[in-house]
Design a protein around this ligand. Structure first.
Ligand code: B12
Length: 217
């Protein structure tokens, strides 16, 4: 796709979100899917456009209601097209995914769909607070824990979770992702996570690598 054409499609999609025009946003998605995949749409358009809308809100250019509606429209559109192939799923290693503290659910949903499409059975803890998360991970003897956050304050809580889980019976590999980690590339080390991913595809690659490591135990 030519660069100018791509930029046109992006701005059509962004304008549709900002004016809460679900039909126009759906049409832009359909046009995009004529020559690209759903994941390409997520990484090249959704994440970028929502980042811009978030920045615009911070600068006072857009209302919070526009941020809210943009997120909702993207969630609804992606719900219909995200992959969820019915395949025989592996339930080893034991994997769980959680959204920590905040209410930004879209990134977690995408990671969930991509891992399932990649053949993994995983537990979705939904939105949880730190204490509840630590308790569940210990009870379920989780080996790979994926944590999604969008607020910096939530990201900083991960350090305590890592500390608490270092006393678990089995080694828990903690993989983190979400906007604060995309913005500060050293933050994952500060919170002492084992790995960081910047896209949902990264999540799949990291789980595959960790699975290889675990099977050598
Ligand atoms: C939409 C949105 C909302 C919607 C959320 C709707 C919903 N159901 O999700 C609503 C309106 C509710 C909202 C509310 C708020 N928001 Co808001 N929001 C956003 C926005 C614009 C987009 C988020 C999004 O969906 N992006 C698209 C998804 C697909 O991207 P993603 O989550 O990053 O996920 C991708 C990758 O990161 C990765 N990934 C995600 N998780 C994981 C996990 C693992 C393990 C891996 C490997 C990968 C991975 O895969 C995904 C696909 O590629 C962001 C802007 C931004 N820069 O992110 C602000 C933003 C996150 N919000 C912000 C703020 C401040 C708020 C509010 C406090 C505003 C207020 N005053 O009320 C509230 C807080 C609510 C709360 N307590 O959670 C700030 C956070 C700033 C900070 N330093 O913490 C941001 C950054 C905006 C800004 N520029 O200031 N928000």
């Amino acid at each position: 796709m030519a660069d100018s054409n791509m930029a046109d499609r992006e701005s059509t999609f962004k304008n549709a979100l900002l004016s809460s025009d679900t039909d126009a946003a759906g049409k832009a998605l359909d046009e995009y899917l004529a020559d690209k995949t759903v994941l390409e749409f997520v990484e090249e358009v959704v994440v970028k456009v929502l980042d811009e809308i978030g920045d615009g809100w911070q600068k006072g250019e857009y209302a919070l209601s526009q941020v809210y509606m943009s997120g909702r429209i993207c969630e609804d559109l992606l719900e219909k097209v995200l992959p969820d192939k019915t395949v025989l799923r592996k339930d080893k290693p034991k994997i769980a995914l959680a959204l920590l503290n905040d209410y930004h659910a879209l990134g977690k949903r995408i990671v969930y769909a991509v891992l399932r499409a990649g053949g993994y059975q995983l537990i979705d803890y939904g939105r949880v607070e730190s204490e509840e998360l630590v308790r569940k991970v210990k009870e379920d003897k989780i080996e790979i824990l994926l944590i999604s956050v969008l607020m910096l304050s939530s990201a900083l809580n991960i350090k305590e979770i890592v500390k608490s889980l270092s006393h678990a019976e089995n080694k828990v590999n903690i993989v983190v992702g979400g906007a604060p980690f995309r913005l500060d590339r050293k933050l994952w080390q500060e919170v002492r996570a084992d790995a960081v991913g910047y896209t949902a595809t990264d999540a799949l690659h990291i789980v595959r690598t960790l699975e290889g490591d675990n099977s050598n135990d």
